[in-house]
Design a protein around this ligand. Sequence first.
Ligand code: G3P
Ligand code: MG
Length: 248
Amino acid sequence: MKTIIYAHRGASKQAPENTLPAFELAYESGADGIETDVQLTKDGIPVLFHDENVRRTTNGTGFIQDYTFEQLQQLDAGAWFSNQFINTRIMSLEEFLIWTTDKKLLLNLELKTNVIPYKHIEQIVYDLLVKYNKLKQTVISSFNPNSLLNMHQIDLTVTTAFLTSTKKVDLISYTKRLGAKGLHTKNRFVNQNLINTAKREDIYVASYTVNRPNQMMRCYQIGCHAIFTDLPHIAIETRELFEQDMIQ
Ligand code: G3P
Ligand code: MG
């Protein structure tokens, strides 16, 4: 099985993360899927944004949860990255799903509920996925296990993945206990042993954030189910090299 390449926050080394230009570049590079982060505005609109605070990646200050969607639209989410992206807006999840309509892309929606447990975010996201018929190609992941459990309260058939940057628990058995299909974890935790153990338990392993060709190659060799990369075009090239080596 080919390792799936998810563009992490879009092609986020080439364009401002979690914005349309980054998603478009990811799609044009041939990425299999897109990973993006979801949070809720004051008026309950899911938007694609990584930090809880807008400071780092916009010209504004304060928290996403204190802005209405309309207010967020006034912020520039591209200028911080480069002048080429001045006037790039924050995107809503609904706009993103509409953009994916005619595209064969896998989606990984990361619910950013580990710092602020946004009320009803799971139901709001679920309803949009149903509305745009995207449930089948979507994985819902979260650092907050409650979000995964909440999603399964709504619909047990949703594919979920436990996201973790620590090894405080036995990762595979914890993932299983959450009823999740996948374990999304740091690249340095991912090795052949973890992948083999996971496979025996019918869990898949995906690795983040994989930006160096040698790291990508290692993931392909050990049979990672998926990688998350800021550089999808490099990951595609490297995967082609790996496949050629396999044929010879
Ligand atoms: O979903 C993988 C990765 O995005 C998790 O970390 O902080 O980049 O959202 P972060
Ligand atoms: Mg993320």
